[in-house]
Design a protein around this ligand. Structure first.
Ligand code: V55
Ligand code: FE
Length: 480
């Protein structure tokens, strides 16, 4: 037997590990799922197989599971499997955790020194006929898109030089190209960043490397039809802290934020660096180029909101005090200024999604999750420890907001499904975890009327632990 997980916020309430691999055929649905919702929704879920050998660890260190909802003709089936990483195999063979804390190999057992420690727990990406499970500190793992069986670690048949692949990639739906980067590309605490493009067939093109001003948690980036933007925010890695067994990341308010911009098909020598005050953003909503202006929309705060990152810097800031906001940062590529201007687009929120047709273009509508105190008390869920209790549709041009919330339910990342009906805004699907119930609901909304509540609810017979990111793959894109 294994022992219990620590009773810390990363492992209690909605963060309590689930660890269930399952197949459920024809889930019970309340209401009617529109038949045009036809495809698979993949979600990546950190769900630790074992408690850390160090005792405590953080939510985002958990072994990756991929959960998949297969929608067909108003029916939905569910499958969930661990990504069988080298790390999970080693742990299972030992029947305990051999690995130490989040992204600190100095805390690992001697028997796994130098062995793969990636957990593939952040984002499932289907591209070029392959399903990859991504984690920003390591290479991707490839899975069978139908059976979710792990195929192996993925490096474009040995062509990729980067040791890491970020969990966030950017798809140009018109060219079919996937834009990708990796930070700490040459190893732990390095300032090397890789950038590459994958063509629509899945072939790696033009991997290039460049240096960033300091080693930072570069969780996301953005691409427009013309440019690529690499934001660098002062959540920093220090080798000395790692060697002392400490946190990979700490907040460093003495450092500025930087955004590197270059033509997306250009050479890294063309990178132009912009600089501004310390801030932190996990996720960018979208970006586009309009003549000489480049606009990047992002969920940003004055500090990194993850408790463990603040703790490493000896600070503890209440999420409500972090100045979180949805903002647009605008860069004048024709001017001489080396900084950006900020416009507020909307209230604090995270895990933003937009319709695929709007990727890299000027757009109006976005969906994101918020914590709004008027919609209920904080409930522990996810890495920030306060789960979202609201899902919103925002018109960023007018500021109009429509929201959904349910009593004692925390809401996960929305996913958008495109409709084939002309003028139809499509659908939004969201997992809701229900306080003190060992099960979850999955809500399906008409995207335009999210405030009207779900048109259908999938009744899950088990609790779905907080997923990090998910992606929708239309049935016609899946190779069978
Ligand atoms: C995030 C998640 C991660 C990670 C770094 O949500 C940042 C942000 C699930 O893993 O390793
Ligand atoms: Fe993310």
């Amino acid at each position: 037997m294994t022992h219990a997980f620590p009773q810390t916020p990363d492992f209690i309430v909605h963060n309590e590990p689930v660890r269930i691999e399952c197949d459920i055929y024809d889930l019970i649905v309340k209401g009617k799922i529109p038949e045009e919702i036809n495809g698979v929704w993949y979600r990546s879920i950190p769900d630790p197989q074992y408690p850390s050998k160090e005792g405590n660890d953080v939510f985002i260190s958990g072994d990756g599971m991929v959960g998949a909802f297969y929608f067909e003709n108003g029916h939905v089936d569910y499958k969930c499997r661990y990504v069988m990483t080298e790390r999970l195999k080693n742990d299972r063979a030992a029947r305990r955790s051999l690995y130490g804390v989040y992204r600190n190999p100095f805390t690992d057992d001697a028997s796994v020194q130098g062995k793969g420690r990636g957990v593939a727990n952040t984002t499932p990406v289907y591209h070029g006929g392959k399903l990859l499970a991504l984690k920003e500190d390591s290479l991707a793992w490839e899975l069978d898109p139908i059976t979710l069986e792990t195929i192996g670690e993925f490096d474009y048949e040995g062509k990729l030089k980067s040791k890491t692949m970020s969990a966030h990639t950017r798809l140009d739906p018109e060219t079919g190209e996937l834009f990708v980067f990796g930070y700490e590309a040459s190893g732990l605490a390095s300032t090397d960043v890789s950038y590459w493009i994958v063509d629509k067939e899945g072939q790696l093109k033009n991997e290039q490397w460049f240096k960033v001003p300091y080693c930072a948690m570069m969780h996301d980036f953005v691409v427009t039809k013309e440019h690529v933007l690499f934001p660098v925010f002062p959540t920093v890695c220090e080798l000395e802290r790692l060697k002392a067994g400490g946190s990979h990341w700490g907040w460093d308010s003495s450092k500025n934020s930087f955004v590197g911009i270059m033509p997306r098909y250009g050479d890294v020598s063309e990178m132009r660096w912009f600089e501004g005050p310390p801030a932190f953003s996990y996720h960018m909503m979208n970006a586009y180029t309009d003549h000489n202006m480049v606009h990047m929309d992002l969920c940003v705060a004055d500090v990194n909101v993850f408790p463990f990152v603040q703790e490493a810097a000896g600070i503890k800031i209440n999420p409500a005090q972090t100045n979180g906001r949805l903002a647009r940062w605008s860069f004048d590529m024709a001017g001489n200024s080396d900084t950006w201007t900020e416009t507020i687009l909307g209230p604090d929120g995270e895990i933003p999604r937009i319709a695929e047709k709007d990727f890299m273009k000027d757009y109006e509508i976005a969906y994101y999750a918020n914590f709004m105190i008027q919609n209920g008390r904080p409930i522990i869920s996810g890495p920030v420890h306060a789960g979202f209790n609201t899902a919103s549709r925002i018109n960023i041009k007018t500021g109009e907001i429509k929201s959904f919330s349910a009593p004692d339910v925390t809401l996960q990342e929305p996913v958008h499904v495109t409709s084939k009906q002309s003028g139809h805004e499509g659908y939004i699907i969201i997992v809701g975890e229900i306080f003190e119930k060992d099960r979850s609901d999955v809500y399906i909304f008409e995207a335009k009327k999210i405030d009207a509540g779900p048109i259908a609810t999938i009744k899950m017979p088990l609790r779905l632990r907080d997923a990090v990111h998910g992606n929708w793959v239309p049935a016609e894109q899946l190779k069978r």
